[in-house]
Design a binder for this molecule. Structure first.
Ligand SMILES: C[S@@+](CC[C@H](N)C(=O)[O-])C[C@H]1O[C@@H](n2cnc3c(N)ncnc32)[C@H](O)[C@@H]1O
Length: 217
């Protein structure tokens, strides 16, 4: 007869969680040392930031979620916890070390890690077989990007979102929020104080009413 010891399996899960945390912290720090401007932070985002950002998502209307700059997957794993079973998550990052780490550590058929730039989101989404994205979340260091590249990413994001979808950003400076307010139909603002350092949050909405009006003009 086989018996299982629940406390032994709980201990294994806790140890594997701790191991992933230590490995991801080491890879994130190495990514920062190799490319400080593009990673822009020594530590990943806090749980408070993740919870605040994702609180506005209507998961029942989410078929495709796109993440820019996942790093070692701080948001990614939480998004997968909340994502419906038949939906997909595409994570796009320019750093091959992060993409390799995500591919090795996240075993989920709904997930794909793509080595590339957020600037190419439209072709990446279409190549993955989708017409549009429902939500896009960005951890990109917009302040470190050339202005035309940053504006191009926000414009491409607006174009790839469905009507009623949202572009969500978290950044230490208000650059991403300002760019979002300049392009999106309406923007909600927030602040995550429990983050190192505190973080400016923004949700840019592509309004269904505005999209219908623009299409008619
Ligand atoms: C501040 S880190 C965010 C990490 C993680 N999302 C978090 O919250 O802890 C910024 C990430 O953006 C990525 N990145 C920078 N420029 C990019 C671009 N144009 N397209 C996609 N990813 C980019 C970097 O490689 C890095 O992983």
């Amino acid at each position: 007869m086989t018996t299982t010891n629940p406390s032994a399996s709980t201990g294994r899960i806790a140890r594997s969680g701790l191991l992933r945390f230590v490995r991801s912290a080491a890879i994130f720090f190495r990514g920062f040392v190799e490319n400080p401007a593009m990673v822009a932070s020594v530590v990943p985002s806090s749980q408070a930031t993740i919870d605040a950002m994702l609180a506005k998502v209507d998961w029942s209307r989410c078929r495709l979620f796109v993440e820019y700059g996942p790093g070692v997957g701080t948001f990614t794993t939480r998004i997968l916890d909340l994502l419906p079973p038949d939906s997909r998550l595409l994570a796009i990052d320019t750093n091959p070390r992060f993409i390799e780490f995500l591919g090795k550590t996240i075993d989920d058929p709904r997930f794909e890690a793509v080595l590339g730039s957020a600037a190419d989101v439209e072709s990446i989404v279409h190549a993955a077989g989708h017409a549009y994205a429902d939500y896009v979340i960005s951890g990109l260091p917009f302040t470190a990007l050339p202005k035309d590249v940053a504006e191009g990413i926000v414009a491409a994001t607006y174009a790839v979102l469905r009507d009623g979808g949202a572009f969500m950003t978290y950044q230490f400076l208000p650059t991403a929020r300002d760019l979002t307010e300049a392009r999106f139909d309406r923007t909600d603002r927030g602040l995550a104080l429990l983050n190192v350092p505190p973080c400016v949050l923004a949700w840019g909405w592509k309004d269904e009413a505005v999209a219908v009006r623009e299409a008619a003009e």
